[in-house]
Design a protein around this ligand. Structure first.
Ligand code: HEM
Length: 270
């Protein structure tokens, strides 16, 4: 339970049982820590130069243990981070599928645009992108409606600052409530509704509507460097899938459509 809570809150990863690969990694890393963290257990602790002796030299126990456990300890630290990072792109694709299954009218409208621009028998390419504003609006709305990282990533203030009369002392940790910004009714009226039309004016993308990418991908110097790639992948995914397929809710055993819900779980990732 402890592992489930810690890893779940930090990385949004669900651990179902003790056989989980990550639990195994943690146990092996701990075994390494138990074997090596005895103060003064190795000559290397007194004479750091000994760390250059290769592991095959008899007596180089510390070096042998290091070669065995260091990769495991690093994997324990990095693996959930990288798997969470991989999940981030995927989340918006899943949000898109959910929205389409809930909103057949939106789907039909996008398919009409695709049929109109592409004609039959040609998959969409980047050259078609500017002629497909409604497809682009679906991507923006998928990014906004259920942001992949609802509370963004925390940043530390390097110099004292002030915002609307509030003093923000140097060193404060700022948690950006991206979800609230993307559900601000002043920028996005009826924010709970999946409505790509909010981004369209006179048949084109409306430049006066706040671009949700400016919020959903983070802020400042550490803003997501993968944002252009993510939006390109989303474009190819959304345009190609809508051009070729219809998306429906899954059917239950009796053949009736499963009732879909658009609730989000709490956690670092949606
Ligand atoms: C829809 C897809 C994605 C969303 C919503 C997203 C969102 C975010 C957010 C909110 C941050 C934190 C920014 C901050 O500190 O304020 C971030 C950081 C980062 N993202 Fe993404 N991301 C996405 C896709 C990607 C992709 C495809 C890649 C890689 C190809 C990527 C690579 C990174 C990296 C390396 C960082 C850390 C940057 C740093 O701290 O210097 N992201 N992302």
């Amino acid at each position: 339970m402890t592992a489930t809570i810690v890893v779940g809150i930090s990385y949004g990863k669900e651990i179902l049982n003790m056989e989980d690969e990550y639990i195994h990694l943690v146990q092996t890393a701990l075994e390494g820590i138990i074997q090596t963290k005895r103060p003064g257990a190795f000559w290397m602790d007194y004479f750091p130069i000994l760390k250059h002796i290769p592991a095959w030299v008899p007596g180089a126990t510390g070096r042998k243990l290091a070669e065995r456990y260091v990769p495991v300890v690093r994997a324990m630290r990095d693996q959930p981070f990288y798997s969470a990072k991989d999940d981030v792109s995927l989340i918006t694709t899943l949000v898109f599928f959910l929205a389409m299954a809930l909103r057949p009218d939106v789907q039909k409208k996008a398919q009409a645009e695709l049929d109109n621009v592409l004609g039959p028998g040609k998959l969409p390419t980047f050259e078609d992108r500017e002629s497909l504003p409604y497809v682009e609006a679906i991507i923006l709305e998928s990014i906004r409606w259920m942001p992949a990282v609802p509370l963004g990533v925390s940043h530390r203030v390097l110099v004292e600052d002030e915002y609307k009369g509030y003093r923000i002392p140097k060193g404060s940790i700022i948690i950006p409530n991206s979800w609230a910004m993307l559900h601000n009714a002043e920028d996005y009226p009826s924010p709970e509704e999946f409505n790509p039309d909010r981004f369209i004016a006179n048949g084109a993308l409306d430049p006066d509507v706040l671009d949700p990418s400016l919020i959903a991908f983070g802020f400042g110097r550490r803003v997501c460097p993968g944002r252009y790639l993510a939006k390109d992948i989303l474009y190819l995914t959304v345009a190609s899938i809508l051009y070729v397929y219809d998306i429906f809710p899954a059917a239950d055993k009796m053949g009736n459509p499963v009732k879909l819900s658009s609730e989000q779980k709490t956690g670092f990732l949606s």
